[in-house]
Design a protein. Structure first.
Length: 424
């Protein structure tokens, strides 16, 4: 491929050779290191390709061999410029395009995210935008090593990441620790506490429930398996009691409590939707338009509306690229218009049940994404005059708690190793 490009830029001609001793002519070309290629015989003539510089050296060889030569085709950049030498605007346009391509090559126009599961592509793109490493960012501002460290520190579920830039493409490869819940933001130490010198931080219950299991890595456990707790109760205290050799409480060491706590709790579920709704009836009439999108600007070809009063629009976009890693901010858009009319309808009992089931499933999926284990669900649907109401309880096991500044101090009750809670 590279050799062909070199030949095209230097220019070459396709010629036909005939005469007394064409074989001698070919031998002379070989002796004088004149390169010819694509040699073939057509009738009494030989057809081959030769460079412009090589063609200029053929005159003495033609006389020695008694042969004649005729040019059939001229190819390459030198002949192109000579052919259109009077069309100045053409060359000015080519130069402008080359400048534009060079400028666009200095920015990121494509981002690939691979290996993500719990971390969504939208959240990763938002993170990159906050770090000034998103679409349209100059490639000179992309620090791949620093970006890798920031991704690992921001997303605790990511244990390995690789960021690399090729052309105008930024590729982010990540590997997640699947044992870590996908949403632990509420369980981390709040930012407003991180730079404060406090006595300690406790773990508090986020909901009423029953302790299914508790494993404390740091801190003093205030509950045990099977205990019932209320919202806001201290589960693990950040105050560690220190005893002397006689078993007397002498001091406290304060820390940030850390534990795995499984809490069995119930969520109250309530949902409602009107019995009457607007239904779309599609006629089957469609129109397809084509266009080009450059950034936020869309140009449709031809510039005509769909001709429908009410319709839906579906776009299929394909980004322009010059090679595997050289993308441009230009998209070819196929826009499909589909006509519909809106009619008023009333949910039947089956349709209402299906709609309530869809809403409940969406609610449960959001809980599951937060690392919540669904145990049971008891819901009922009730039909009123103008709406349907769904209510009930959902029993779950969650590992959710919140941090709070330690406001309670552990005091000695008189028994060695027996500690209780008493307000400071």
């Amino acid at each position: 491929m590279l050799l062909r490009l070199i030949k095209y830029f230097r220019g070459y001609v396709e010629v036909a050779l005939w005469g007394y001793a064409p074989e001698r002519f070919l031998n002379l070309c070989s002796n004088h290191d004149i390169l010819i290629w694509d040699l073939c015989q057509k009738g009494d003539a030989y057809v081959f390709k030769i460079s412009v510089d090589g063609f200029r050296c053929l005159k003495p060889l033609l006389k020695k061999s008694g042969t004649h030569i005729r040019i059939s085709h001229k190819n390459g950049i030198p002949f192109f410029f000579f052919r259109y030498r009077k069309r100045k605007m053409l060359f000015l346009s080519i130069f402008a395009c080359m400048v534009i391509l060079y400028v666009l090559s200095r920015f990121i126009w494509k981002i690939n995210i691979n290996g993500n599961d719990s971390v969504t592509a939208d959240s990763m793109l938002q993170f990159l935008e906050e770090k000034n490493s998103s679409y349209g960012t100059p490639v000179s501002q992309i620090d791949c090593t620093k970006l890798e460290e920031e991704i690992r520190s921001c997303f605790k579920s990511i244990i390995w990441t690789s960021v690399k830039r090729e052309g105008t493409t930024l590729t982010v490869d990540i590997q997640e620790n699947l044992s870590v819940p996908s949403d632990q933001a509420d369980a981390r130490l709040p930012k407003e506490f991180q730079n404060q010198e406090q006595k300690g931080f406790d773990l508090l219950a986020r909901h009423d429930g029953t302790i299914e299991s508790i494993y404390v890595r740091k801190g003093t456990p205030m509950v045990q398996q099977g205990d019932s707790v209320k919202k806001g109760d201290v589960l693990v205290s950040g105050a560690l009691p220190i005893y002397d050799d006689s078993g007397n409480l002498t001091a406290y060491q304060y820390c940030t409590a850390d534990a795995d706590i499984q809490l069995k709790t119930e969520y109250a579920y309530k949902d409602s939707f009107p019995a009457r709704y607007e239904q779309r009836i599609y006629s089957g009439n469609t129109h397809t338009r084509y266009g080009i999108s450059i950034g936020d600007t869309y140009l449709q070809i031809p510039w005509k509306k769909a001709g429908f009063e009410t319709y839906t629009v579906m776009d299929t976009r394909k980004q322009l690229r010059l090679c595997d890693s050289f993308y441009l901010p230009v998209y070819f858009v196929t826009r499909r218009y589909e006509e519909y009319e809106t009619v008023s309808a009333v949910y039947s009992k089956k349709e209402a049940k299906d709609q309530a089931g869809m809403n409940l499933t969406e609610f449960l999926e959001k809980l599951t994404q937060k690392g919540v284990l669904i145990l049971e669900k008891h819901v009922m649907i009730r039909a009123d005059k103008n709406k349907y109401t769904v209510s009930g309880n959902i029993t779950v096991i969650e590992n959710m708690f919140r941090y709070a500044v330690n406001e309670e101090q552990v005091t000695d009750t008189g028994d060695e190793g027996n500690v209780g809670n008493e307000p400071e």
